[in-house]
Ligand binder design. Structure first.
Ligand code: BGC
Length: 285
């Protein structure tokens, strides 16, 4: 049993919780796993007993550091550089994984980015980049994983399901976001992609679910929390009164990847401190 704690500097702490080895023997791929939410997820999957592939697209050192951290849990891990929006690179990544680990049981479709812009100034490059990584990347990785799940089928000693896919979405699959039309569109797309896959693949015992994080303390949104003023403004949007930590999301992923959630299919789990409760309406409307 391993305990994980996330300590924050700006007034919030994700409580320490015991991580049990509920994923022993399973093989997981986490995309975008060298920083932010993906890093927290990859480490937690290792703590839960899974062998983990750490996908990343730049900065070898950070990816290797995550691998070292995962190996402390006595599981296997390696880093694999690949752009999830490239069909060839994704196919090669999954081919290597099935060679090195034998198969894949868990895909965490996490890689994502923002390229913010006022709508009238948004370039096609910014649009294509965000849709390419956030949405097409999830499609390509899921398609390769599903091909392997279908080939292998259920191995009852490993899991009740033939495979699990967890799609990292955002509260912005629901909440419109001015200045971020490309990002919000990608997350709305992820919702429909996830649900359509879930409907189609459930009869094959493949479980597809989503997680919609709210404001999590990661490099993607530093401007939203790195000064007291920004943090206080952010808190007007979070009823629970603290920013989320990668560990908050990682625990949800471990649960969705495990047989503890075996009857959960096609659901988006919002992990957002109540952001989607529209706190402005607590006193207005
Ligand atoms: C975005 C963050 C933002 C959060 C809440 C996330 O999906 O990536 O930048 O802080 O949503 O708005």
């Amino acid at each position: 049993m391993i305990t994980s704690t996330a300590i924050s500097s700006t007034g919030s702490t994700a409580p320490p919780v015991a991580v049990h080895r509920v994923l022993t023997g399973q093989k997981a791929l986490v995309t975008g796993a060298n920083s932010g939410i993906g890093k927290g997820v990859a480490i937690a999957l290792g703590q839960a007993g899974a062998d983990v592939v750490v996908n990343y697209v730049e900065d070898d050192d950070t990816a290797n550091a995550v691998v070292d951290e995962i190996r402390k849990s006595d599981v296997k891990a390696y880093a694999h550089k690949a752009d999830v929006s490239s069909e060839d690179q994704v196919a090669a990544m999954l081919a290597r994984m099935t060679q090195e680990f034998g198969t894949i049981d868990i895909l965490v479709n996490n890689a994502g980015l923002q390229r913010d812009s006022a709508f009238h100034e948004m370039t096609l490059d910014k649009w294509n980049k965000v849709l390419g990584v956030n949405l097409t990347g999830q499609f390509l990785c899921a398609r390769e994983a599903v091909r392997e799940f279908l080939r292998r089928g259920v191995v009852a000693s490993v899991s009740s399901a033939a495979g699990k896919i967890i799609c990292m979405s955002s509260v912005h699959q629901e909440i419109p976001w001015a200045g971020h039309a490309n990002y919000a569109a990608s997350k709305g797309g992820i919702k429909q992609l996830m649900e359509s896959m879930a409907q189609e693949l459930a009869p094959k015992r493949i479980r597809v679910n989503g997680i919609a994080p709210g404001a999590i303390r990661t490099p993607i949104n530093t401007v939203a929390w790195d000064t007291k003023e920004a943090y206080d403004r952010l808190m007007t949007l979070v009823p629970y009164g603290r920013i989320g930590e990668p560990a908050d999301i990682a625990r949800a992923v471990v649960w969705l990847a495990s047989d503890h959630s075996d009857y959960v299919v096609g659901t988006t789990l919002f992990v957002d401190g109540g952001m989607t409760l529209y706190p402005g309406f607590a006193t207005g409307g």
